[in-house]
Design a protein around this ligand. Structure first.
Ligand code: NAD
Ligand code: LMR
Length: 333
């Protein structure tokens, strides 16, 4: 691996995901500089983390004095968990009205001061916030689809956990592809393509699919008004960020599904033609340039998976269009 120095940024660093994610990045030997940005409390979070004797140099910025620009400047990787989480009874789309503007504003700053950064969007609804990010970057003339990722790793993490529970296999040996988007029926687990292969009993298949698709709701309900998944998301966000950083440093063979703009990723245009959606999550081979190849896993779907895919694409189209429109035809204030 190269000794390329890495500056990482967490935007939304004081939140439920932001704090544990910042901790994991602070602990990582792969990170040299860590800038924490939020509208509240980042000086405190940064002061706290700065006492940890790992190597990353840490700073905490607020909006005052162009804090976002200072935090984002020349970043190699920007991870964005800024925005409100769900309460019971809400869909991720219900977060759109608030989170769309938050993400748009943060991407505008990234476009200006860190146009080459890998951008990892966690803020929901991911199916819309990633298209918003792409449109903002396009409008600023700095869109590189190989560097923009919607983080769907939590769906993969859940699928690994739930498949392991049913099959008795260790999670560490399982790779479970999950494709599509990141909400309810747009999430498509491909149990027929698990490696090493597993057999899901027929009477358990439907419940397992639903559990992966609606795992987020389980946490929202259990937290009972106090938010959604934070700790498992911090783990998942770190797992994906770490792979992106390792790949940027030259490590090979790193693959993880992510929600990307397919026509801009090698191998992606053909997949987009099959699905009829430009933004879609498939396994992505990561490299020094970011998303170096979109892997086509659509060839061997079972009939049940084909049906899941159909429902996913229908839902995704509306979510994507809503995001694109938000930037192209901004709502009147
Ligand atoms: P949270 O409310 O605990 O934290 C959000 C943080 O964002 C807060 O600290 C808030 O001050 C900050 N923030 C708000 N506006 C900001 C701005 N303009 N700039 C910078 N920071 C800003 O919420 P959370 O539980 O950490 O969740 C954050 C988001 O992540 C939610 O939208 C949630 O739905 C989403 N999420 C996504 C996934 C996924 O799989 N992609 C998983 C879990 C949660
Ligand atoms: C999740 O999958 O846990 C997140 O997207 C948060 C949510 O709203 O469910």
């Amino acid at each position: 691996m190269s000794d390329k120095k890495i500056k990482a940024v967490v935007a939304g660093a004081s939140g439920g995901i932001g704090q544990p994610l910042s901790l994991l990045l602070k602990l990582s030997p792969l990170v040299d500089e860590l800038a924490l940005y939020d509208v509240v409390n980042t000086p405190g979070v940064a002061a706290d983390l700065s006492h940890i004797s790992s190597k990353a140099k840490i700073s905490g910025l607020l909006p005052a004095d162009d804090g976002a620009k200072v935090a984002f400047k020349d970043a190699d990787i920007i991870v964005i968990p800024a925005g409100i989480p769900r309460k019971p009874g809400m869909t991720r789309d219900d977060l759109f009205n608030i989170n769309a503007g938050i993400v748009k504003g943060l991407i505008e700053v990234a476009a200006e001061v860190a146009p080459n950064a890998f951008i990892l969007v966690i803020s929901n609804p991911v199916n819309s916030t990633v298209p918003i990010s792409a449109e903002v970057l396009k409008a600023k003339g700095v869109f590189n689809p190989q560097r923009l990722f919607g983080v769907t790793t939590l769906d993969i993490v859940r699928a690994e956990t739930f498949v392991a529970e049913i099959t008795g296999k260790a999670t560490s040996e399982l790779t479970v592809p999950v494709i599509g988007g990141h909400s309810g029926e747009t999430i498509v687990p491909l149990f027929s393509q698990v490696t090493p292969s597993v057999t899901i009993p027929d009477d358990k298949y439907e419940a397992l699919v639903k559990r992966v698709q609606f795992g987020g709701d389980e946490v929202v309900q259990a937290k009972n008004g106090l938010g959604s998944a934070t700790l498992s998301m911090a783990y998942a966000g770190f797992r994906f960020a770490e792979k992106v950083i390792k790949a940027a440093k030259g490590e090979k063979g790193l693959v993880e599904p992510s929600f990307v703009y397919l026509p801009g990723v090698p191998g992606g245009a053909a997949i987009a033609e099959k699905t009829g959606t430009e933004f879609f999550s498939v396994p992505i081979e990561l490299g020094v340039n970011g998303a170096e190849k979109a892997v086509d896993v659509l060839g061997d779907l079972t009939d049940k998976e084909k049906k899941l895919l159909e429902a996913a694409v229908t839902g995704l189209k509306g979510n994507i269009e809503k995001g694109v429109n938000f930037v192209k035809n901004p709502p009147q204030k």
